[in-house]
Design a protein around this ligand. Structure first.
Ligand SMILES: NC(=O)CC[C@H](N)C(=O)O
Length: 363
């Protein structure tokens, strides 16, 4: 297919030329790469990617189209995509529409025919940075002016923007267990995993007070994944501290893990280029077993703050670089992981964490 030209400009001045996919336009964000071989629709609709341009390292994108139900939130919130080969034809019997139609419908601008291998090697050595994709400007000065408007991910609070405005329910209302889930940008498959285990979920807006949530008398609380920098989320850290005082089971995933860490006095930092993919190896310190996990984070918790912290114990470690991947509170029923046991996309090795949460509740 004959596509319009598009340009990708990185904050360090590197330029890539390619062709437009998705909606005609100009869009900027923090550029990051995901090494997953499948699951592009789930990745694009994961709210944790809000404000980010995703580079898929798998070289063939769009070939199985899209399905309206295979989403992690109502619509993509990403700032763009960068792919190598974009497939104009898709072959899957139950596909609802093509990826091109899906991206256009949701206003996502992307660029294809880019040497993503070269780009990823560049990002791996230079680290996270902002970028802009445009099919409107090819003049570097105009592109730079647009790029200058893109905020830095460090110091950015996004959860309150993507969170639900009103509480809503998920699961069977007659279920015996009630879990209050705080929506910092929650992935649907977390709710599916809880509901599948007999949990009735009530999903609350990010800034709901503990007193308000307690009115529903939940058995436990869940802190969701989400976009942005956990270091600037003091409101959520205060909520988490209050939740710990309740002594009810508390489970956190990704951003929720970072919030639990901060509530226990452990800091967070921005990683060089983050972890995003479907095959990250994690070691469970307690069992000694390893699990292959789905990951998406650009921040992490500070190891040095844990060694002399009596409230926190390390439960999981990332085997590639030794970063902390899971913690538990030493005296409260609270635990969290930096990766995604709900996967979607990704392997199911870590689903046992939902079972452990239920065991803690039913204890
Ligand atoms: N998936 C997430 O919850 C991501 C958490 C946080 N925004 C990070 O990038 O580290």
């Amino acid at each position: 297919m004959n596509r319009k030209k598009a340009t990708l400009l990185l904050a360090d001045g590197t330029v890539f030329y390619g062709t437009l996919v998705g909606k005609d336009g100009t869009n900027g964000g923090e550029i990051c790469f995901n090494t997953g071989m499948t699951g592009y629709q789930e990745i694009y609709t994961d709210p944790s990617y809000t404000g980010q341009i995703i580079v898929n390292t798998t070289p063939h994108i769009g070939n199985y189209g899209t399905i309206d139900t295979e989403v992690e939130s109502a619509h993509p919130l990403i700032a763009g995509i960068v792919v190598s080969h974009f497939s104009d034809v898709h072959s899957r019997i139950d596909a609802t529409k093509s990826l091109q139609a899906y991206l256009e419908e949701h206003g996502v601008t992307g660029i294809a025919d880019v040497d993503t291998r070269k780009l990823v090697r560049h990002l791996r050595s230079k680290g996270a940075m902002n970028a802009i994709i445009s099919s409107e400007y090819d003049n570097l000065e105009d592109l730079q002016a647009e790029l200058d408007k893109v905020p830095s991910m460090a110091g950015l609070e996004l959860s309150s923007k993507v969170s639900t405005k009103e509480p809503y329910f998920f699961g069977d209302e007659n279920a015996e267990v009630k879990v209050a889930c705080i929506d910092y940008g929650i992935k649907l498959n977390i709710l599916r995993n809880l509901a599948d285990r007999g949990v009735y979920c009530k999903v609350f807006p990010a800034k709901t007070s503990v007193a308000e949530m307690e009115k529903w008398a939940p058995n436990a609380y869940f802190l969701s994944n989400g976009p942005g920098d956990p270091a600037v989320m003091d409101y959520a850290v205060e909520t988490t501290k209050e939740l710990l005082e309740l002594n009810k089971p508390l489970f956190g995933i990704c951003l929720g893990h970072q919030l639990l860490a901060r509530a226990c006095g452990v800091g967070t930092y921005k990683m060089h280029h983050g972890h995003r993919g479907l095959n990250h190896p994690i070691k469970n310190v307690k069992t000694g077993k390893s699990e292959i996990t789905s990951q998406n984070h650009g921040f992490n918790i500070t190891k040095e703050d844990i060694s002399d912290n009596p409230n926190v114990e390390i439960t999981h470690v990332h085997l590639n670089d030794g970063t902390i991947a899971g913690i538990k509170h030493t005296s409260k029923p609270a635990f969290s992981v930096q990766y995604h046991p709900e996967s979607s996309p990704g392997p199911h090795d870590s689903r046992y964490l939902f079972d452990e949460f239920l065991a803690l509740i039913n204890n």
